[in-house]
Design a protein around this ligand. Structure first.
Ligand code: NAD
Ligand code: WQD
Length: 346
């Protein structure tokens, strides 16, 4: 029986809450630190309901050294899953200091305290956005981490650099207990737990496609603006690699299993390896919800690329992970969450 204790930063959020369910179901003990800046603690109550087990929740900021020290003093943490961060691309352009402060300084404080307590295993939520705008649509991990188009994306690239440096320092000093770091570069996570109890609950008008479409389907928003109809793609609209959030968090469990055997810092793409266009997403919603999605095609959104999808081969070869859920299941699960909780956790 597995009783390793995992610290989940940002565990009350969209992806973190799904990770907590999976960890509890796999018999890990879970401690969550979250400042609730973009979430509600209700998500954690629902996590406990789904898993039939309890977790420990500490409401605090990862930049609060004392709060972190208290956690590492009170709990024998095996590894950290680090989800805590701000993630809105547009907002990051308006408030770069807040984004760098939160995402970069937050990770620095976290890793500093981890090192103090000799906990040197971390799985970090990175993003495909760190690849910037490469000359290819199929992204492999050996592409340069370069040219992210906004402070959010740059903060992810900076944190990747910091974590690589931590691992490298231990190689140079031949540390007896070196850092073990996994950078997971997510493509486009969507969907929700099959129970419909937890899911994505964006503040205000959603920035991302799937939350927007599902709010149109549920009648909260009137019409989707499709950003660009003249891209060189299958139907002129943007193509992305959508991945079910439960598949995504299973990738974290595989990464966790890969720890304890070595050292260093490794990056993996977490994606399905297949892209869908905006119009294909709309069609899937219409099929599953049996509702008409009103939309109009408008100008391209600044900073968007035409198409991208993951090469997820490395994660399969080295972590034994691949996605299992298809588009219709992603949409059906999104819809169950949205229709059962039209106002999110409120
Ligand atoms: P989310 O906003 O739902 O969850 C993030 C959680 O972190 C929230 O509960 C928030 O309150 C908390 N948080 C933020 N700053 C904090 C701080 N300083 N101290 C403590 N808690 C803090 O976002 P999500 O979609 O679950 O994303 C999780 C992680 O995955 C983020 O790091 C995000 O950048 C990354 N990511 C997300 C996507 C995506 O499309 N959702 C894609 C790629 C990467
Ligand atoms: C998907 C497609 C849009 C909204 C973003 C971040 C990325 C990562 C995931 C965190 C694109 C189109 C969208 C709308 C639309 N997040 N679209 N109308 O841009 O691939 O990635 O989220 O790490 O860093 O950049 O996702 O869901 O915003 O867009 O037509 O109202 O839908 O143009 O083609 P994106 P998205």
């Amino acid at each position: 029986m597995n009783r390793q204790k995992i610290l989940v930063t940002g565990g009350a959020g969209y992806i973190g809450s799904h990770a907590c369910v999976e960890l509890l179901q796999e018999n890990y003990d879970v401690v969550v630190i979250d400042n609730l800046s973009n979430s509600k603690s209700d998500s954690l109550a629902r996590v406990e309901k789904i898993a039939g087990k309890s977790l420990t929740f500490v409401q605090a900021d990862i930049r609060d050294k004392q709060a972190l020290s208290n956690i590492f003093t009170a709990h024998d943490i095996y590894a950290v899953m680090h989800f805590a961060g701000l993630k809105a691309v547009g907002e990051s352009c308006e408030q770069p200091i807040r984004y760098y402060q939160n995402n970069v300084c937050g990770t620095l404080t976290l890793t500093e305290v981890m090192e103090q307590f000799g906990v040197k295993k971390i799985i970090f939520s990175s993003s495909a956005t760190v690849y910037g705008e490469p000359d290819t649509v199929k992204y492999t991990e050996d592409l340069p981490v370069f040219g992210a188009t906004n402070p959010y994306g740059k903060s992810k690239a900076m944190v990747e650099d910091i974590l690589k440096d931590l691992a490298q320092a231990d190689v140079l000093s031949n540390a007896s207990k070196p850092w073990e770091i996994v950078l997971l570069r997510y493509f486009n996570p969507i969907g929700a737990h099959i129970s419909g109890l937890i899911g994505e609950d964006p503040n205000g008008i959603p920035n991302n496609l799937v939350p927007y479409v599902s709010q149109v389907a549920v009648g909260k928003l009137e019409q989707l603006s499709v950003f660009g109809g003249d891209y060189p793609t299958i139907d002129g609209t943007g193509v992305r690699d959508y991945i079910h959030v439960v598949d995504l968090v299973k990738g974290h469990l595989c990464a966790l299993n890969s720890l304890g055997k070595g050292s260093g810092c490794k990056a993996y793409n977490l994606g399905a390896g297949k892209g869908y266009s905006v119009l294909e997403i709309i069609a899937a919603f219409e099929r599953i919800t049996e509702k008409t999605i009103q939309y109009k095609i408008v100008a391209r959104r600044t900073g968007d690329v035409a198409e991208n999808y993951a090469d997820p081969g490395l994660a399969l070869r080295e972590l034994g992970w691949k996605t299992e859920k298809q588009l219709d299941e992603m949409v059906a699960d999104t819809w169950r969450w949205q229709s059962q909780n039209p106002s999110g956790y409120e």
